[in-house]
Structure formats: structure tokens, C-alpha cells
Write a protein that binds this ligand. Structure first.
Ligand code: FAD
Ligand code: NAD
Length: 476
């Protein structure tokens, strides 16, 4: 039987980072993870993010973008390619190789930091004195580990569509969506959230005709609506994604190689047939067979483990982080909570600011934001000023052939403190770091306006938008 100062359950970006940080702080640490590779024949660390989430989706987004460039954009540069072809199995193999590199990298980091790597499914048994007892089962064996502190980082899983079975052949979730063997002629997507738009982008760029059925009448309600409206126009008009807002899906039937979907829109019932259907209607916390009752850890009515602002559960020395608790389901949020909990166990006083959490959609153009939207400021009655600037006249964006999009800076009317930055445009995923830093350091829009931004760079659009807050934009 093994005894540890800290046991982490789950080796996603929340759990593996928490385990490493706890080991750095001098604790004896184990991380228990049940994840397996794509074939299901070997353990694979890294959770949803590395195996079937952030990383594989970004690999496919990149491949499909290169294909789209070669097929449609290089001609403008005077480059002609006779016949552009895409080898889907090769594209998928490249994605798999990136996944394997990163997931095995986590194993290497565990060794380097002396984190004991235990493969298997963990469940609570109870408590014996100061020790929490955890049962670990893998395919063959069962064992017990004891821990003074437990960090639950069991992540999330796709939300099921009632009475529709995911077979990952015709009807896919995020796992199947990353492993198609050929480009479907007609692809259906239920949900126009982050996964819906990223996966639609991949297969649309490769030639699929994509229809998205979204229940809500508003596109990207969590984003600033000026940016969301610009995105909707680009996705539907330029990229021909057929996004049907306010669609109520009534029935889904898979037969042979086709999927029929019946839905209601504007009071009319329609039926459409797809070659493949992806369902991406959100994710739910994963506490399957954890046996939380054995130690008294509680969940809210949506299944999230209840924690306070420090990720402490109601049970002493049991913590929970990442997708399994409240807050945005993002890898960087999970990791920051992991670091903070490890440091709290060591008696430090770290803080994760959920109000300054960067959000990104890796579409083309990309969408990125941090802080409050204009809608949120209006609702809260906060008086604000705004400055916007377009990528259209930006020299670097024009050189890249990507001069489309907007940056919007929102600042407090009186103090000029930046309250939110919202962007759609080329590489805004990378530009966002400047905005996050500005918010964390309570910068004013004037601070950004007075900072030298190199020329010609995309970051000049943030500079211009900040100047525009004070109505003194120079290039727009
Ligand atoms: P997870 O990554 O889900 O890891 C949980 C781990 O716990 C898994 O390995 C699981 O096997 C293990 N586990 C569960 N129960 C047990 C148990 N009882 N015993 C042992 N092990 C257990 N986020 C971003 O920030 N950027 C992105 O670009 C992005 N893209 C995404 C794309 C897709 C398609 C998806 C699905 C998600 C994406 N996300 C993205 C979200 C991101 O993947 C999650 O927010 C993140 O993985 C959450 O980390 P976590 O550590 O909380 O849980
Ligand atoms: P989501 O919450 O982003 O979007 C789900 C969408 O499905 C919503 O627009 C919702 O209104 C719609 N929907 C729900 N039920 C429906 C129904 N019955 N019919 C039609 N539409 C319906 O969820 P997701 O796209 O599944 O992604 C899950 C999580 O993964 C997100 O919380 C996100 O944070 C994370 N993620 C992040 C990234 C990134 O950071 N780039 C990428 C992918 C996923």
C-alpha cells in the first residue's frame, strides 16, 4: 500500500500540472489516470486536452488551413499549384503523432519531477485517520493508495443528446470528429459553440458542405455581440457555413451510411440528410464511479463538484479543479487552478482570477477576448468608452492576405481602466496575451496607446483601438 502527501486524480492539464507543482513544492505525489491512447492498448496521459481536445483539434485546423491556402489563396501571391490534393489518413496520422509526442511528454515530466504515475480508475473508499483511501482499478488489478490531500481533476465528457446514440461512425462526438477517414460530402453539426465552429471549419475547408443547427437564436452569446455579428457574416457569407439559429432538433436517425435529422425552424418542420453528423452541445462534469459519497464531497444540481473560490471542496484536504468544477471549461483555467491548489496545500496564498480568463475560437479569422463584453457592461450599468480599429488597413495583415477583422477596447468612462478587449482577425489568439496582461496590471487604454508597438505588426491594431478610445486613432 502506498502513502502520499498528495494524490491527484486525473492527468489532464489540470491534474498533471497540479501534480508537478506539488512535487516541486516538496510533497510526495502520485497522479492516477485512467486515460488510454486512441487504440486503447496503452495508457495515455494528458486528458481531454492532449488526446481528444485542444491539441488534435488545432493540428487539424492547421492542416485544413494549409490545404485551403494552397487551393484558394496562394494564387494571389503568384503561386500556382496544378492540382491540390489532401491525403486524409496522412493528415490524421500527423495529428496522432503530435498527440503521442505530447502525451508521452507528460510521462517524461512525471519522471523528471518524481511524480508517481499510476494507471487506473480511481474511486474513494473512505477515510482512515488523516488518510483518504482510494481504490485504483485497471484492466487486471486493483490496489489501494492513501493520501493526506486529494486533488480531483477528472475533467468532463460530451453532453449527450437525449435518445441519440454516438457510434462515432455516422453520429460523432468530439472524439469521432477528429478521426474521419474521408471528407464527408454533407456534414451536419448540432451546436454552434466552440467545438461546433472549430470542427465545422476543419471539414468545410476540406470541402464538406456544412449545416449547423443551433438551438439558441443568438450566435455566440458569450462573445461581444459586435464581434459575434462580424464573425457570423464572415462564416455564413464568405465561408458558406449554413448556420441555422433557433433550430429545434426533433429527431435523429442513422441508417446505412446516412443520418437523417428532423428539426423545427420558424414554426416549420424540415428534414435534412447528412453523410456524418457531429454533436457538440456542451460538456458535463465527469465524476463517473468516483464514489464521492464515501468521503462526503458534494455536487451541485448540474453535477459539478462544489468548491469555494480556492477550489476547496466542503471536505477538509479534498480539492477539485478544472472542468469538473464551476467556471469556463478551458485547459489554461484547469492548469492555473492546479498550480494554485498545490501552492495552497503548501500554505501559500495564490489566487486565480476567473474574471480575467482568455477565450479563443480558432476559426478563420480567429476570435479572442478577455474581460467584459459591451453587453455585460450595459447590464451592470457600468459607464464605459470604446475604441475600435479594423485589420483592413493594417500593413502586416494585408501582406498576409488576411486583412479582415476588428479590435475593440472597452475602458471605464472615468478612470480609463481597460475592462474588456474583443478581437476578430488574423492571429488574434497570439495578440490576446497583451490584452490579458493589460487587464491583470489594471492598465488604462492610454497605457496601451503610449506603448511602442512594432511596425508592421498585427499588434498595431490593438494600439490603434486604444488610441480610438480617446478618439485619436492615427491610421483609421
Ligand atoms: P481533462 O482534460 O478532461 O482530464 C481529465 C482526466 O481524468 C482524463 O485523463 C480522464 O481519463 C481522467 N479521469 C477521469 N475520471 C477518472 C478516475 N475516476 N480515475 C482516474 N482518472 C480519471 N480548451 C482550451 O483551453 N483551448 C482549446 O483550444 C480547447 N480545445 C478543445 C477542443 C475539444 C474538441 C475539446 C473537447 C475540448 C477543448 N478544450 C480546449 C477544453 C479542454 O480540453 C478542457 O478544458 C481541459 O482538458 C480540462 O482539463 P481537466 O484537467 O479539467 O480535465
Ligand atoms: P459550447 O457550450 O461551446 O457550445 C454548445 C452549443 O450547443 C451552444 O451554442 C448551445 O446553445 C448549443 N446547443 C445545446 N443544446 C442544443 C440542442 N439540443 N440543439 C442545438 N444546439 C444545442 O460547447 P462545445 O462546443 O460542446 O464545447 C465544450 C467545451 O469545450 C466548451 O465549454 C469550451 O470551453 C471547450 N472548448 C474550448 C475550445 C477553445 O478554447 N478553443 C475549443 C473547443 C472546446
Amino acid at each position: 500500500m502506498s502513502e502520499f502527501d498528495v494524490v491527484v486524480i486525473g492527468a489532464g492539464p489540470g491534474g498533471y500540472i497540479a501534480a508537478i507543482r506539488a512535487a516541486q513544492l516538496g510533497f510526495k505525489v502520485a497522479c492516477i489516470d485512467a486515460g488510454k491512447n486512441k487504440k486503447g492498448d496503452k495508457p495515455a496521459l494528458g486528458g481531454t486536452c492532449l488526446n481528444v481536445g485542444c491539441i488534435p483539434s488545432k493540428a487539424l485546423l492547421q492542416s485544413s488551413e494549409e490545404f485551403h491556402k494552397a487551393s484558394h489563396e496562394l494564387e494571389d501571391h503568384g503561386i500556382s499549384i496544378d492540382k491540390v490534393k489532401i491525403d486524409i489518413p496522412k493528415m490524421i496520422a500527423r495529428k496522432d503523432a503530435i498527440v503521442t509526442k505530447l502525451t508521452s511528454g507528460v510521462g517524461f515530466l512525471f519522471k523528471k519531477n518524481k511524480v508517481e504515475n499510476i494507471h487506473g480508475h480511481a474511486s474513494f473508499k473512505g477515510k482512515d485517520g488523516e488518510w483518504y483511501q482510494i481504490e485504483v482499478t485497471d484492466d487486471k488489478n486493483s490496489s489501494e493508495v492513501k493520501a493526506k490531500n486529494v486533488i480531483i481533476a477528472t475533467g468532463s465528457k460530451p453532453r449527450q443528446f437525449p435518445s441519440v446514440e454516438i457510434d462515432n461512425v455516422n453520429i460523432l462526438d468530439n472524439v469521432g470528429a477528429l478521426d474521419l477517414e474521408a471528407v464527408p460530402k454533407k456534414l451536419g453539426m448540432i451546436g454552434s459553440g466552440v467545438i461546433g465552429l472549430e470542427m465545422s471549419s476543419v471539414w468545410n475547408r476540406l470541402g464538406s458542405e456544412v449545416t449547423i443547427l443551433e438551438a439558441l437564436p443568438t450566435f455566440l452569446p458569450m462573445a461581444d455581440q459586435q464581434i459575434a455579428k462580424e464573425a457570423f457574416k464572415i462564416f455564413t457569407k464568405n465561408q458558406k457555413l449554413d448556420i441555422k439559429l433557433g433550430a429545434k432538433v426533433l429527431e435523429v436517425h442513422s441508417k446505412g451510411k446516412q443520418v437523417k435529422v428532423k428539426y423545427e425552424l420558424d414554426g416549420k418542420t424540415e428534414e435534412v440528410t447528412f453523410d456524418k453528423l457531429i454533436i457538440a452541445i456542451g460538456r458535463v462534469p465527469n465524476t463517473e464511479n468516483l464514489n464521492l459519497d464515501a468521503v462526503g464531497v458534494t455536487q451541485d444540481d448540474r453535477g459539478f463538484i462544489e468548491v469555494d473560490e480556492n477550489c476547496s471542496t466542503k471536505v477538509e484536504n479534498i480539492w477539485a479543479i478544472g472542468d469538473v468544477v464551476r467556471g469556463p471549461m478551458l485547459a489554461h483555467k484547469a492548469s492555473e487552478e492546479g498550480v494554485a491548489v498545490a501552492e495552497r496545500i503548501a500554505g501559500q496564498k495564490p489566487h486565480v482570477n476567473l474574471d480575467i480568463m482568455p477565450s479563443i475560437l480558432y476559426t478563420t479569422p480567429e476570435i479572442a477576448w478577455v474581460g467584459k463584453t459591451e453587453e455585460q457592461l450595459k447590464e451592470a450599468g457600468v459607464k464605459y468608452k470604446k475604441g475600435t480599429s479594423s485589420f483592413a488597413p493594417n500593413g502586416r495583415a494585408l501582406a498576409m492576405g488576411a486583412a479582415q477583422g476588428t479590435v475593440k477596447v472597452l475602458a471605464d468612462e472615468k478612470t480609463d481602466r481597460i475592462l474588456g478587449v474583443h478581437m476578430i482577425g488574423p492571429m488574434v489568439s497570439e495578440l490576446l496575451a497583451e490584452a490579458v496582461e493589460a487587464l491583470e496590471f489594471s492598465a488604462s487604454s492610454e497605457d496601451i496607446a503610449r506603448i511602442v508597438h512594432a511596425h508592421p505588426t498585427l499588434s498595431e491594431v490593438i494600439h490603434e483601438a486604444s488610441l480610438a478610445v480617446d478618439k485619436r486613432a492615427l491610421n483609421g
